[in-house]
Design a protein. Sequence first.
Length: 385
Amino acid sequence: MDKKDLTTWLEISESAYSKNLTFFKQRLPKHTEFSVVLKSNAYGHGILEIARLAVEHGADSFCVHALDEALHLHRNGFKQDILIMGPVMRSRLKEVVENNFRLILYNKEVLMGLKKITRELKKPVRVHLKLETGTYRQGIAETDLPEFLRLLKNESFIHVDGAYTHFANIEDTTNHEYAFRQLSLFKKMAKTIKDFGFGDIKCHTACSAAVLLFRETYFDMVRLGISQYGLWPSRETFVSYKMKHSKNGENILRPVLSWKTRVAQLKEVASNQNIGYGGTYQTTRPSRIAVLPIGYAEGYDRDLSNRGYVLIHGKRAPVRGRICMNLFMVDVTDIPEVMLEDVVTLIGRDGDNHLQVDYLAGLCGTINYEFTTRLNWQIPRIITA
Ligand SMILES: *Cc1c(COP(=O)(O)O)cnc(C)c1O
């Protein structure tokens, strides 16, 4: 599809993505598996587009949340290992085994289900034990671990391929005490597993913040999510990284995503007129208003009503009135050169201006993760140089 035919599209910069991946790949020891997290449509960036770039630029394997995400990758020809990190209903465990996916394991009912199915199919399954170390999300508690291991001990079709945990408080603070407490409990539990006879397991703990800040979290595999896309997990992680590495202010990550739309209509509006639903903005001068053909359904959050701005011809045009489902309005009175179907930047660079996801997420009282994952999957993703 040609860009000139599109009312909105996302651009994925291959050079930015490859620089991010190379930066992380170089930090990892040779034996550490480099797994990229592609859940939620690759954080809104496009799962198939990102999977392809990830393989080309040095990733070893994938992590997803759902069975259907894993199947989608498989059906599109990806042969890499895929770890499913979210629950799979027991009625669908067969698909996990048949497709040789790696599966998170943290409850006995699923273990029993796997036992039955692997025997029926005479086919093994690889599981990664999720260990509860203080996030209190999915995981096996320390006290339940020995019994769990006993149940696994004589299951020749269930291969304990890995053990992992996830940090609760590593990106939301510059004080990493809690993360280190989780890390020591993880090490203790991993030792229990190995001592039990599961010696050949891949241990992993590291999300983006951990990969950026602490080598001692890497072990045999890392699960890199947000930072492969050139975004910082948080301001605190950025600050911690700067304090540790004291590099002269240069940002080592390159945002991969830009979001564009086009002017759908231009209109002159007199002074004292109310714009949009609820009339929440009133013009204070004769104004030139541009109507843009995207809205909250596409992922441009309604919290940006009267708050956000877009870039047109490299200049800022503020949002006027409420964001509608598929439309919103901006003020272009001070950018007289704007014409019908001109390109509008919602996220990304235009001239000297850089409109960052983090800024928009902040205006919405949320984080970059939420903002990008909510970008509607139907918007075309176009890979650019
Ligand atoms: C989402 C997720 C990650 C990736 O986290 P980032 O902060 O995006 O790097 C890693 N591990 C688990 C278990 C996750 O759910």
